[in-house]
Each structure stands twice: as C-alpha cells, then as structure tokens.
Design a protein around this ligand. Structure first.
Ligand SMILES: Nc1ncnc2c1ncn2[C@@H]1O[C@H](COP(=O)(O)OP(=O)(O)OP(=O)(O)O)[C@@H](O)[C@H]1O
Length: 598
C-alpha cells in the first residue's frame, strides 16, 4: 500500500464518519488518509469525540462492494454548528468488510465503510475497480449449492439461512437453495448430481448440524472417491483369498448396480430388521439408484472425483452440536462461517473411510458397505447413546444428555478385538498412564497438517508413484491387537470440540495429518468411567490419561465384535456393523475454513 507505483485508483472521497479523505487503491487494499491532518482529532464539549487516522482496508477482508443511492454521508469535520459535524448529500458506495477480533477464538464481525462523491462517475469507477480487484485476486466462490435442514437444532435451520442469505446476496454469490424434506434427502440430491452440474459449482454448503454435513459428504464421495480400501479384519481374509474375492465382487459385480440397494430385498438375517435402524444413507433412502454405498458399484468413472483441489464444502452451523464447525473455525457462528465461504478460505480435512464387512455375527458374508465420517466414528457407549437419543427426538438437543445418562447407568460392555496400525517412529501411547503430554494444537496454517507424509516426500523426490495401499506394507508401521471388554471404542478424526467438551475428545487432534485417534475405553468401575466423562467437560484436562484407556494415533484399524446389536455412531448417524475397518484419508476434502484460531 505504500508503493505509489502500484496504485490503481486514487481520488479524494468522503468517508462516512471521517470526512474528506485521499483514497488510494492498490493490489493489496484500500488506504484512506484524512485530507486535512489537523482534523485528525476534534473535541466536543471538551471531550475528544473522534480520531480519524489513516484507514486501511485489506482486500482480503472485503467481501462485497455496493453502489448506493444518492444520500447523506456524515462529515464530522464540518464546523459552524454548535456540535461538530453534519450530513452532506452525495452519490455513495459501500465497501463491506470483515473485522477479525484480535482476541481469538471470537466470531468475525461485519463492517461497512460508506464512501461518497458528488460525481456519479467517480463512484462508479471505484465500484468497478474494487469489484474487479476482489473477483480477480481471490479464489472466491461464485456459485454454490446450499442444503438447509429446517428442523435441525432447535428448528433453527431456516432462520439461520435467512440471517446469512443477504450476505451471500450482497457478495453476489449465486446460491441454489434446497430445503431438506426428510433424512436421506441431502444424500440423494448430492449423490445424483450430474457431473456437469457439479462442475458448475464451486462447492456445497450445509445449513444444519454434523448429521446433514455427513449426508452431503457421503453423497459426494460414495461414487466419486476411488481408492483402495482398508484391509478387512482378520478372519475375513486379510491377506488371503476372501479379501481378494471381496475386491472382485465390489468392483466388478455389475448385477449389484441396479436400482435395488445392496441390502434390500434378500432374506439374509440382517435385512429382516434393517428398517428398525436409523440408516438414512442405506435402504430407506428413496433414490435407490444413487445408493453407491457399496464400494465401486459403478464402472463409470465420474469426471469429478475426490480428492479435488477446487471443490470445497462449507458448513453454516445450526445443529445441536456442530463439532465439525467448532474444530474447523474455532467458533460456532453462522456469520463467521458465511464469511469464510464468501472470502474463499480453504483448508483440507481428513476423512475417515469406514467399511462395514459384516452387519451381524450370524451373517454369512455381507457385501461391504462404505461410509465416510468427518469427525468421529464410535462404538459401544457412543453407538448406544445415538440409538437411545433417536427415540427421544421430541426432546430436542436435551435428548443427548438424557440418553447419555441412561446408557451410562446401564454400563454395557462389549467383547471386541481391535487391530490397529502403529507408526513405529511416532511416540506411541502406552497402556500405562503417562505424564501430561505437550499438546500441539491444530491452528490456522498448522505446521503438522502442512507437513508432507513420508510417502509424499519420497514421491516428490524420486518421482515414484506411491499407491494409497502401500501404507499397509510400510516398514515403519506394524499391526497391533487389543482384545477385551470395552465400554467404548472411538476414532476421532478431528478434536471434536463442542460446547460440552471445550477441548474436544482429543484436544491435539489435527484436521489434516492423516491420522485417527483411536480411543479404547476398557471395562472399568462406574466411578472411573464417570470421572473420564467429567474430565471431557473441562478445559485443559487430560481425559485420556487413565489406565483403563488406550489412546493410539493410527492411520487405520479393524474391529470385530460378536454382538448382535453392534452399533456405530458416525458423525452422529447410526451404522450397524460388527466387522469394520476404518482408515484416515488424508485431506480428502477441502473446507471453506482456515482452521481454528484457538
Ligand atoms: N427435513 C428433514 N426432516 C427430518 N430429518 C432430516 C431432515 N433433513 C435432514 N434430516 C436428518 O436429520 C439428521 C440430523 O441433522 P443435523 O445434524 O443437521 O441436525 P441436528 O439438529 O444437529 O441433529 P442431531 O442432533 O441429530 O445431530 C440427519 O441425519 C439428517 O439426515
């Protein structure tokens, strides 16, 4: 802004509340210095009434420019009246910006600067030039699909959208808005979006909670993410023939591609009671043809695939927990999220890919079912709470507390075997309680998330293509198994901060480091478990540092249980599964966010 050579526009304008200023626009932003520096400070009745220093507005903080009608601009420097200042009539334009509070985390605040000039052409030239600067310089979205869940949270989806819609409108971002009518609607819309339409969009935005976001994520990735999947649990042929056969089935069985969802219409034991389960992304969904929840059900390779550098997802929080937004922006504020979207913030996010190999122990062999989770995959306590809370929807968000208490009192434990990949080079967690670890919190421009993986750096230097599945034969990783009775098995992709757990489940989980945090809570007395749960609600506590808890940072794990009602909670959505494998897909999607400023 200092270099006058870069100045693209320079004139004297009126700035509302400041008076006449010399305004200069360059590639970084706009600077306005009062014409008469003697006017910098004025006094009213002996009190200093305003200070007008140079005003600097960075273009990266400008989200809209608007031409306004002829009207009044306040000039505090006008003298001659008892009180300083008066309104002056002129042509006007408004620069809409963002104020990012210094103390974080805090919501971003909308600001506006009203400029005026007697000459309409001068105002129009400024509007044109400013618009061209903000549209050329930043990767801002022009067209978005917006899915609004009207009943989310305390039925505040529509109200939240009505609050932020004018901001999109002001910023001239085209939005195609769909109100969801039922569970599974968003999944159906997104999974059946033709490639041409998807290519015309810069992203998809959800106005709702983590559940709605999870539907969009699954709709987007189900047929558009082609990757080798994690090995199945032992017993299903981890390295052997069965596993290979599964892969063949999954990728080549064209008969499964019809309009009938994989799990529907046959007489296997798991289908008979399937509709009891709340699985909107599975058979109850209406657009059956779009259900590509079985891996690779289609031969057709969509032209829009993931990971995708351009396409981003946005979340405008209106749900009952909003853990993904809190972890991605640090605040649960619809306006802050909207500004991140309009200003084109971008950060990548790991996604957990969950493969269900068996629904029930009695099933002979299911067709594998694929699901994605952005924040959390949990079994035992977590699955049971979701199942209980579904019956209590009428209670609103309170149902989680009630259901949580009920499930806690039952103290159910599950026999299971968990096998996870352990990075040898990493500080691995022991089974013993350990000293409080130095937590490296994920923030904006996080060093950990920006570090290339070992295979990525090898690939860069040697030009060798490393397939995703190579991770499972990496010499720096080994498989370890834990067997026993568990109160819960959880895998956090991100910190999972929420209003009840200010540091989240795992305070130092990273948004895009390619790891899951596997948390195994073994059978223990009631009070111990209660103690762990209460620690989660406190800031700066160490809720995982107990002898009955194992915490492992892992890129993948498998899980086997012999329980008939084995329920998983994936971002708050239920999946019934007794054999699963889960892997972290590093940076699989991009969000309109920049990481929390915590
Ligand atoms: N119009 C609708 N009617 C009923 N359910 C819907 C509708 N739209 C979406 N859903 C479903 O509601 C569930 C919860 O949505 P969401 O997470 O957006 O809201 P929430 O209030 O945070 O809910 P939860 O407390 O269950 O997390 C999702 O599984 C989604 O499939």
């Amino acid at each position: 802004m200092e270099n006058d050579d870069e100045v693209v526009l320079n004139s004297t304008l009126f700035l509302d509340g400041v008076g006449e200023v010399v305004a200069k626009l360059n590639t970084d932003g706009l600077s306005c210095s009062p014409v008469d520096s003697n006017d910098v400070t004025t006094y009213c009745l002996g009190l200093r009434s305003y200070t007008a220093k140079e005003t600097k507005i960075s273009l990266s903080d400008v989200y809209a420019i608007e031409q306004q009608e002829w009207g009044s601009v306040y000039d505090p420097s006008v003298t001659g009246t008892f009180l300083h200042g008066d309104y002056v009539e002129m042509h006007r334009f408004v620069v809409h910006g963002v104020v990012r509070p210094k103390k974080q985390p805090a919501p971003w605040i909308l600001s506006e600067y009203i400029f005026g000039h007697k000459d309409l052409n001068t105002c129009e030239a400024w509007v044109k030039q400013l618009n061209s600067c903000i549209s050329n310089q930043y990767k801002r979205p022009k067209k978005l699909l917006v899915l609004v869940h009207p009943l989310c949270g305390k039925r505040k989806g529509v109200k939240t959208w009505e609050t932020v819609a004018p901001i999109f409108c002001r910023a001239k971002v085209e939005t195609k808005v769909i109100m969801t009518e039922r569970a599974g609607h968003a999944y159906d819309v997104v999974s059946t979006l033709p490639d041409k339409e998807l290519r015309s969009l810069d992203g998809i935005v959800t106005v709702g909670g983590d559940g709605l976001f999870n539907e969009v994520l699954n709709g987007l990735l189900s047929s558009r993410h082609k990757a080798s999947f994690p090995p199945p649990p032992t017993g299903l042929g981890q390295n052997g023939e069965n596993y290979q056969n599964q892969q063949m089935n999954i990728t080549m069985n064209a008969d499964d591609m019809g309009d009938t969802p994989a799990d529907e219409g046959n007489s296997s034991p798991e289908t008979s009671s399937r509709n009891d389960d709340h699985e909107p992304l599975l058979p109850t969904s209406q657009t059956a043809g779009s259900l590509v929840s079985k891996l690779g059900m289609t031969d057709e390779i969509p032209s829009v695939s993931f990971p995708n550098d351009r396409f981003r997802l946005g979340l405008i929080p209106a749900g009952s927990t909003d853990a993904i937004v809190l972890s991605a922006t640090g605040v649960r504020d619809p306006v802050t999220s909207t500004l991140h979207i309009i200003l084109g913030s971008k950060m990548s996010l790991d996604i957990a890919q969950v493969v269900r190999w068996k629904t029930r122990p009695s099933s002979v062999m299911d067709s594998p079912t694929l699901r994605y989770a952005a924040s959390f995959a949990g079994y035992g306590f977590y699955g049971d709470v979701i199942k209980e809370s579904e019956k209590l929807r009428w209670m609103g968000p309170m149902r989680y507390d009630y259901a949580g208490t009920m499930v806690f009192l039952k103290h159910k434990t599950y026999e299971a075997e968990v096998t996870y990949l352990e990075p040898q080079i990493m500080e691995s967690s022991s089974h013993e309680p350990k000293k409080k670890r130095q937590k490296q919190i994920c923030r904006t421009n996080c060093m950990v998330c920006n570090e290339p993986t070992l295979s990525e750096s090898d690939r860069d230097s040697s030009n060798v293509t490393v397939s995703k599945s190579d991770i499972y034969t990496d010499k720096d990783l080994k498989w370890s198994t834990v067997k026993g009775r568990f109160l819960s098995v959880g895998a956090a992709v991100i910190s999972c901060r929420n209003e009840r757990a200010p540091d989240g489940l795992v305070a130092d989980a990273h948004l895009s480091d390619g790891f899951l945090h596997l948390i195994l809570v073994k059978d223990c007395p009631h009070p111990y478990y209660l103690w762990h749960l209460t620690q989660l609600t406190k800031r700066d506590s160490d809720p995982l540092n107990y002898s009955f808890i194992e915490h492992h940072k892992t890129p993948a794990f498998t899980f086997v249980s012999q329980h008939d009602r084995s329920l998983w909670n994936l971002d708050g959505e239920i999946l019934q599964a007794c054999h699963v494998s889960v892997q972290a897909c590093r940076g699989l999607i991009n969000l309109f966010a920049s990481g929390p400023e915590v």
